[in-house]
Write a protein that binds this ligand. Structure first.
Ligand SMILES: Nc1ncnc2c1ncn2[C@@H]1O[C@H](COP(=O)(O)OP(=O)(O)OP(=O)(O)O)[C@@H](O)[C@H]1O
Length: 493
């Protein structure tokens, strides 16, 4: 078996943090190879080294046995490897065509002809069977379309090795199936892939081999077939991890969150819902169901055309997040990069932001109290960080998500709305986060969990299923995956 990509004895340090400590990986030609590990294990750092974005402090990278190009030779890297990240590298204000030919518009001739460019973009999209308009603004594409454009762009540079870094984190079920079908067909064409995911079921479905990193080191590489699930989780966490057991509870009568007559053109219509103290209500549905738009309206990130939202007895001004927070709301937004945290601010500042005004009741925010509270959250949610002073931008993706969670919980919210709360979070951390939601609810909060993950929805006392902008069913606890998915896809009974 020929080795297509190899990283040998890689060491990478960031100040006091050792992100990779002699880590290794060897990926055979034409295989889909998973890289898994807990949040902060060093996966993204390895990706940045395999794509030539960062130089390792020690160790080397080889492509087909040859040393990797010099860091400055971007074209040489592009011909060898491309990565589809969770966070898009596509520029939203440019068209698809412009994005596809970014950095190579001047190939051959000196003058850019936009008409030629559009034509070439259309050809390229056709070649890779990507059904997207070349003239569409990239910012208007769905996550799925954007990923397809990124894959087509990678292949068009001649890369035969593609890294997919948590590609399914923001896709719904049918879109995941389509992505997997495409990955299978790429594999048939001999393309080598490295697949990073916290969804181990996906690893079993789409990958042939798996490498586990733990604490910056290589722990094992094994064929996926025949590898027991427990053994894989054990390699990742270093201990036996039981699956999460959702808790039983009896909700109180008091309604803490309600939406009445909510309509937002093109997203959802005529929605009424109420959540009681001590209750977890799920919102499920496909990408076009309107569930995220509805949740964003409940927290004030979006204004409905009509209808009202009442948080903890206060009728909240539409589209006013601070007002909703004053009324007792804590929330985890879908897009942590935009609405979740400020990367340059510290873990402590981000996590304690909602209580700043409380801590500062007597005029100033006491840094000591803020630090104390931040440290409490770091421990409670097991955030891997050097300490409360570290900028959130330096944390691994999953740990940044935990900071967003900390911010939602820190002020003891009466209403908690979490959108895809466990996206990018490892198996064990997932349990801690779901447990934190259940703890808040046991303290009397009411929670809304919006998720594409059936595992997140299992903590719900009932799940409201949305389809094409309307709530179509209120499903009580005790559903099977098959039943819920059938309602979500509009195929019920
Ligand atoms: N630019 C940076 N500055 C300081 N520390 C960093 C930087 N980039 C990464 N780290 C640290 O390196 C370690 C490894 O992070 P990395 O992002 O590689 O983890 P990961 O395995 O990809 O995690 P996740 O599953 O959460 O995405 C973490 O402790 C992280 O905080």
């Amino acid at each position: 078996m020929n080795i297509h990509v190899e990283a040998r004895k890689i060491v990478k340090r960031f100040g006091p943090t050792v992100a990779l400590n002699g880590a290794e990986i060897a990926i055979a030609e034409g295989e889909t190879h998973a890289l898994v590990g807990r949040n902060g294990a060093g996966k993204s750092t390895l990706v940045s080294i395999l794509t030539g974005l960062q130089r390792p402090d020690e160790g080397e990278v080889l492509f087909s046995g040859q040393p990797a190009p010099a860091l400055a030779d971007r074209d040489a890297w592009r011909q060898r490897v491309a990565c589809v990240y969770q966070k898009s590298t596509i520029i939203p204000a440019l068209t698809v065509a412009e994005n596809l030919f970014l950095n190579r518009q001047r190939e051959g001739r000196g003058i850019i002809s936009w008409r030629t460019l559009r034509g070439r973009a259309r050809d390229l999209l056709d070649t890779y069977e990507v059904d997207v308009d070349a003239q569409a603004l990239a910012g208007d594409l769905s996550v799925e379309q954007r990923q397809l454009v990124e894959i087509a762009r990678a292949l068009s540079f001649g890369a035969r090795f593609i890294i997919l870094d948590e590609p399914t984190a923001r896709l719904d079920g049918p879109a995941i199936e389509r992505l997997f079908a495409r990955m299978r067909s790429l594999r048939e064409q001999g393309v080598t892939m490295m697949y990073i995911s916290h969804h181990l079921d996906e690893v079993y479905e789409i990958c042939q081999s798996v490498t586990v990193f733990r604490d910056a080191r290589h722990i094992m590489t094994r064929p996926v077939a025949g590898l027991p699930h427990d053994e894989l989780v054990h390699a990742m966490t270093g201990e036996a991890t039981a699956s999460y057991q959702a808790r039983e509870r009896t909700p109180a009568e008091r309604v803490v969150l309600s939406g009445e007559g909510l309509t937002l053109a093109g997203r959802y219509r005529d929605v009424d819902l109420s959540v009681r103290s001590g209750e977890v209500v799920g919102l499920a549905g496909s990408a076009s169901s309107g569930k995220v738009g509805l949740a964003e309206t409940l927290v004030g990130l979006r204004k409905a055309d009509t209808g009202t939202v009442v948080v903890n007895g206060t009728k909240v001004k539409p589209g006013d997040v601070p007002a909703a927070m004053r009324a007792g709301l804590g929330f985890v937004p879908e897009d942590r990069h935009h609405e979740g945290f400020v990367p340059l601010l510290s873990v402590g500042e981000n996590a304690t932001f909602p209580i700043a005004r409380k801590l500062g009741r007597y005029g100033v925010v006491s840094p000591a109290r803020r630090r104390e509270k931040a440290e409490e959250m770091i421990t409670a949610l097991d955030i891997k960080t050097e300490g409360p002073e570290q900028p959130v931008g330096d944390l691994s993706g999953g740990n940044a998500q935990k900071v967003v969670f900390a911010r939602a919980l820190v002020d003891d919210p009466t209403v908690l709305v979490v959108i895809n709360p466990t996206a990018g979070v490892d198996v064990k951390a997932k349990q801690a986060l779901l447990g934190a939601v259940e703890d808040a609810v046991e303290r009397g909060a009411g929670a809304v969990v919006v998720s594409d993950e059936l595992d997140d929805l299992r903590i719900c006392d009932r799940v409201l299923v949305m389809f094409h902008g309307a709530i179509v069913k209120d499903v009580p606890r005790g559903w099977t995956d098959h039943e819920l998915v059938a309602v979500m896809e509009g195929m019920e009974e």
